[in-house]
Each structure stands twice: as structure tokens, then as C-alpha cells.
Ligand binder design. Sequence first.
Ligand code: IMP
Length: 423
Amino acid sequence: MFTIITGAQFGDEGKGKIVDLMSGNYDLVVRFQGGDNAGHTVKVGEDVYKLHLIPSGFLLDSRVLIGPGTVLNPEVLAREMDMLAEGGIVLTPEKLGVDAKTSIIMPYHVELDGLKESRRTEKIGTTKRGIGFAYIDKVARDEVRMADLADPEKLRCRLLELAPSKEAAIRELEGDPAIVTSKDLMDKYVELGRRLAPYMTDVSYEINKALEDGRNVLAEGAQGTHLDVIHGTQKFVTSSSTVAGSACANLGVGPTKVDEVLGIVKAYITRVGEGPLPTELTDETGRRIQQVGREFGTTTGRARRCGWFDLPLLRKAIYLNGYTSLALTKLDVLSGLAQVKVCVAYELDSRIVDYPPEGTAELARCRPVYEDLPGWESDLTGVKSFDDLPGAAQQYVRYLENKMGVPITYVSVGPGREQTFQR
Ligand code: IMP
């Protein structure tokens, strides 16, 4: 079985928790796009790990893979492996694999990302992890690949070949080009390459072989649908394709192999960074959702902007991903509100539309049209099944399901594994 999971909104929907919950049923859990701009918090007993690269499935028996469509900062990966090892979780090459074609994020990518963002008059609000610049190099065929990193001679040659253009790019943005060829940097990357070389693999082969042998594979998306570089709210997007189809292209698995596409959606909406968010709440309710939902980024610590559930954006996410089912997360955060609002359409230049306009500027002009639903008082964090939810919370879930036309198969009411139930 091949299942793809993606975020249906702007990222931070709680994908990690659902993947962690599901990964017991999967032999391989694979990341297919993005880099350490993603972030998830994993709780193991009393230990809390904040991870950016290692797929969420590492805790169970599944083998975890980082696919060739991702961009990988080897320093971050090594740090995460060390952090887990300190807690007694050792990731051996049997447990973790990195595709030989994965593009490596180099320090000059991080430097360029920071310099460029600080000079933009209209900011994107990137995570400054060098993601966009690593993808630029991938497309320009100027990247350092995992296979180059693993071979000291190749790495030295590649870096010397690339150095003049990287130095020029940094100089143009008034940065310090010394970072490109410093001896320390070269030595450090040679060492990282030596360490990561045993993990190198062919992810496409591994997945196809596993599927042929009747094993189960879970592709774990990062960020969210509306941050997709093609279909998202350009230019306020990330640099990879975050929608489900990208899993096939990036992992080298044919679309005929896909069995399920699960979308993760929060019971409200959040966005971190710039760009339109039609239902954004800048009032007390927004601040309350932010505090109760602990809506602060794992990667940058930035406060996430919060708003009511946005159905037009979800309709688009359903089209873009072809979801077969949905998981609704953080329902508990809405407890204690007298009324819960759902945006069912937008008013755009005196017209009512129920699907987002193509242009980002037009989306920014959209004013939400709301329907009000009754709220519920009680705390949901101890609820163990759908039937035990208060009537108004059940009504909210059923209402969203009817409007979206896709079954909500999981509901979560807190960060713990036991706080997610299947319907
Ligand atoms: P970049 O991916 O660092 O280039 O950032 C581009 C945009 O995507 C910014 O608005 C970021 O805040 C946003 N972004 C990147 N990764 C994540 C994520 O994992 N969750 C939510 N937003 C993200």
C-alpha cells in the first residue's frame, strides 16, 4: 500500500503526529520535498525532540528515508542524529537512508537566503534555512549532491568549480564571500560526507521494490498545500511542490501505485510568514487561539497568524491533492468559544465566490463570508472517541465534512498519541 500525507493549509497542521500514529502500519516512511524549514516536535516519554529533517516515523519499526526531491543540510541531520543518540535512539544505516541525488544545502545557501530576505522590500518571511537557494542550484544543475558529499575528492572539485559564482552572488548582496572556500568549511563537509556516506541509498528503487513485495510505504509531506511553489499563494510560498502529486514525481514512483491520499487539516487555520490569510483574526479571539494552540513555529519560534476555518482554501486543497480522507487536528483549541465561525465563501470586488481566485493580490482582497456554529464549553483533551465529544463539537466536524465532501477519518484533541481517535 502506498499512502501520501500532505498538509491541506499553510503547514503546521500536525502532520508529524498523524504520521507518528500511522507509521506502525508502514515499513517505509519517506520525506519527498522541503528541507529543515519543516519542523515537528516528538515526545518520547518525558523527552521532547524538536526535529526538522528526520521523518516522523523514526520512533517505530519503519525504515525512514529522505528522498531526492528534498534539500538536505547535513549539519542539521548530524545534529538531529546526535540529539537522538543522546536520548538512546541510534539511527543506523539500516534505519535511515538518504538518496544519493538529494541536493545538499551548503552554508552559502543559508547566507544568500538571509541576505536576500533582508534586502527584499516586500518580504516573504522565509525560514532563512537556504531552502530556496538550494532549489535554485538544483534546477540550475549547480548543486552539490549527496553522492558528491560522500566522496571527498568529488566534493573538493565541485566546490572549487562552483566557488566563483557563489562568491560573486554573495558579494552582490554585500555579504562576506569568505564563507564559500574557507578551509574549515571544506574540512567540515568532508567529515560530514564521511559520516553520512553509509546512509546513501536509491529511494525510488527501495520504494518500488517494497511495493512490489506487498509492503507498505508512507510518503510524508512537509509545509502545506498553499505554500506549493506552483499552486500556492505566489510569491509567499516555499520553493518545493508540496501537493500530493509531487510525492510521485519526487520519489520516482508511478501515480498508478498510489492507494490513499490523506490531508491533514487544523480545526482553524494558521500561517507563519507573509502572504494573504483571508480569515485572519487580529483580535482577542485570534490571540486566544494562538495561545491555547501554542501557535509558535518549531523552526523559527515566530508567532503563527491564526484565523477561522477557510472552506474555499480547503476546496482548492482537495482539488490539488485529490484527498481520499482527512484528519482534523487541534479541535480542543476551539473549546470555550461561544460561537465558532466557518468561512464558506469570499466577497471579492462585490461578487461572492466559493473558490479562491488564482492571483495572490486578488486573494488578499477577499473578505470572508461566515456561517456561525454553536461553540462548546468543555475541555476536549481527555475525550477518547467521536461519540464522547460534546454535541456542538460533533456538529462542527460533521458540518465541515459535509461541506468538504471528503470523510474526516481522524480527529485529534491534543498532542499525545492517545489524543487522536479514528472515526
Ligand atoms: P522557506 O521555505 O524558508 O523559503 O520560506 C518560505 C515560506 O514558507 C515562508 O512564509 C515560511 O514561513 C513558510 N514555511 C516554510 N516552511 C514552513 C513550515 O514547515 N511550516 C509553515 N510555514 C513554512
